[in-house]
Design a protein around this ligand. Structure first.
Ligand SMILES: Nc1ncnc2c1ncn2[C@@H]1O[C@H](CN(CC[C@H](N)C(=O)O)CC2CN(Cc3cccs3)C2)[C@@H](O)[C@H]1O
Length: 157
């Protein structure tokens, strides 16, 4: 019964899929833009990728670095697991970071499978670029942030 409810919930989330477009970003390379207004707390999109164990993600991260695809499309979960959208991923992987984001992410277990859902933090107008806080861990080597928001922290990590 619980499984069914989860599945139903996930399906309902899917049903309200928003019209989004992948295009050049003012923040970095490519980004995702809302083609229609999105209400606060609305479900926007799922961050689809492969769920991989911590060890595998370390190996892949080194691989991606070597292949020069820069910071990969790895979305780290709190328990160390990672959703890797590099090879098999949805367009959510193009959402950029902002220090004042208009979206936020939630990890929900659907039938025991962890999924990353992205919701609107506030009303988003058509034409706005979607952003969420990457919450990267602090590092020595800084990635400068170009979110352009007034309270920008200056770096992603
Ligand atoms: N507020 C920000 N300020 C500066 N840089 C940002 C910001 N927010 C995202 N970033 C960059 O974007 C990567 C996250 N990327 C999100 C989409 C990206 N815009 C894209 O076009 O692919 C995914 C990674 C995978 N990499 C492939 C590459 C494409 C071009 C050079 S490397 C980018 C991050 O790791 C950053 O390097």
């Amino acid at each position: 019964a619980a499984e069914g409810a989860d599945l139903l919930k996930a399906t309902q989330l899917k049903a309200r899929k928003k019209r989004l477009r992948f295009q050049r970003s003012k923040i970095h390379d490519w980004g995702l833009v809302a083609l229609e207004p999105i209400e606060a707390e609305d479900f926007v999109i799922e961050y689809v990728g492969e769920l991989i164990r911590p060890r595998i993600s370390d190996i892949r991260e080194r691989q991606y670095e070597k292949m020069g695809i820069g910071s990969s499309y790895l979305f780290r979960l709190d328990d160390g697991y990672v959703v890797d959208a590099t090879k098999r991923g949805g367009i959510a992987r193009f959402i950029n970071h902002s220090c004042e984001p208009n979206c936020y992410t939630k990890v929900i277990s659907v039938e025991g499978q962890k999924k990353i859902f992205i919701y609107a933090k506030r009303h988003i107008s058509a034409g706005e670029e979607l952003t969420y806080n990457y919450k990267f861990p602090l590092e020595e080597k800084k990635i400068p942030c170009h979110c352009g928001s007034r309270r920008c922290r200056g770096s992603l990590n």
